[in-house]
Design a protein around this ligand. Structure first.
Ligand code: PGA
Length: 324
């Protein structure tokens, strides 16, 4: 059907179009009047004025029922498109308003402290109106926060299976074995897990995700670990290893971008690095705020690229084993 040309300079009001759309959708004037809190005579008058402006009948009577004419059907289509477009605009305007003064609560596992601040720095530059409250805790404690619904988003590896969560991976998190460069294993290639297990092992505290992953890996390989010391932070762990107290399993992220990096060597151990991923997580049933959704999408789409370029600038690319 060739659409009837609209006369230029046609002066219709938004209200007339709303009334028309409502009459068509609800099938009669009385219901439209009820929906719009108008009298029936006002609705009839609005439709009459609209018909006059268009200059063609919008309805015709067929077997005692009013049906749309061709031009009436064209107008209905135009109204639908216009109102849908207006609704999209309203949503975008509300989102923009929220982004100008929103807030975001983010809980991250401790090892994420090696890259999350760099990402949030850029996020805050881009969305300066969003106030970010950032908490770091070990894996166990972050999962507890998630169970209590304390925060908007969580950054961790191993998203919990016991809850309904939405989890999106956004970055690699390889785990490597490190020791002092003076350690006998530092000069060996393809060290077996059995040989490694003969060494005193230092690990993070219970509840650490890194520790859980390391223990699980050795268990799956049937190798028992000789855990000598537990250390409550990656930084203290690195110092203890640099001091010659033993070997440890640690995220490669903990070895990059560290000006006071102690002397450390990444060992060539069979099966390592253990390949894992960082996830941004939220409870599956939680409707995200605009700020949280924006941050979720920012991490998902941009984290990898941002960190690759900032690491290049700092000369500390993940995978760089020249740590001594
Ligand atoms: P962690 O978690 O900082 O608690 O060790 C890190 C991870 O899960 O990889």
């Amino acid at each position: 059907m060739i659409p009837t040309p609209i006369r230029p300079g046609m002066h219709v009001t938004l209200r007339q179009l709303k009334v028309f759309e409502s009459v068509v959708r609800l099938g009669n004037i009385a219901r439209a009047a009820e929906e719009l809190y108008l009298s029936q005579s006002t609705v009839s008058t609005q439709v009459k004025h609209l018909t006059e402006v268009v200059g063609e009948p919008l309805f015709q009577q067929v077997a005692r029922k009013f049906v749309l004419t061709d031009i009436g059907a064209d107008l209905e289509r135009a109204c639908k498109e216009m109102f849908a477009s207006w609704a999209r605009f309203e949503t975008a305007a509300a989102d923009a308003k929220e982004l100008r003064r929103g807030s975001l609560r983010l809980a991250c596992v401790t090892t994420a402290r090696y890259f999350i601040p760099r990402l949030l720095g850029l996020f805050s530059d881009r969305f300066p109106g969003i106030d970010v409250r950032l908490e770091f805790a070990n894996h166990h404690n972050v999962v507890e926060r998630l169970a209590r619904n304390d925060d908007d988003l969580y950054v961790m590896t191993m998203p919990p299976r016991q809850f309904d969560v939405t989890a999106q991976s956004f970055l690699d998190n390889p785990l490597v074995v490190i020791a002092s460069p003076r350690h006998p294993l530092a000069k060996m290639s393809n060290v077996s897990l059995q040989r490694l297990a003969e060494e005193p092992i230092l690990l993070r505290e219970r509840g650490s995700g890194t520790r859980m992953a390391a223990e699980r890996y050795f268990r799956e390989q049937g190798v028992e670990l000789n855990i000598k010391i537990e250390v409550g932070s990656n930084e203290d762990l690195k110092l203890a290893v640099a001091g010659g107290m033993g070997v440890t399993v640690i995220s490669q992220h903990a070895l990059t971008q560290d000006a006071t990096r102690p002397q450390l060597a990444v060992l060539d151990v069979s099966g390592f690095p253990i390949e894992r991923s960082w996830y941004v997580v939220h409870p599956g049933d939680r409707r995200l705020s605009v700020a949280a959704r924006t941050c979720f999408e920012f991490l998902e789409r941009e984290a990898r690229g941002i960190l690759a370029s900032t690491s290049r600038a700092l000369g500390t690319e993940a995978g760089d084993s020249r740590l001594t």
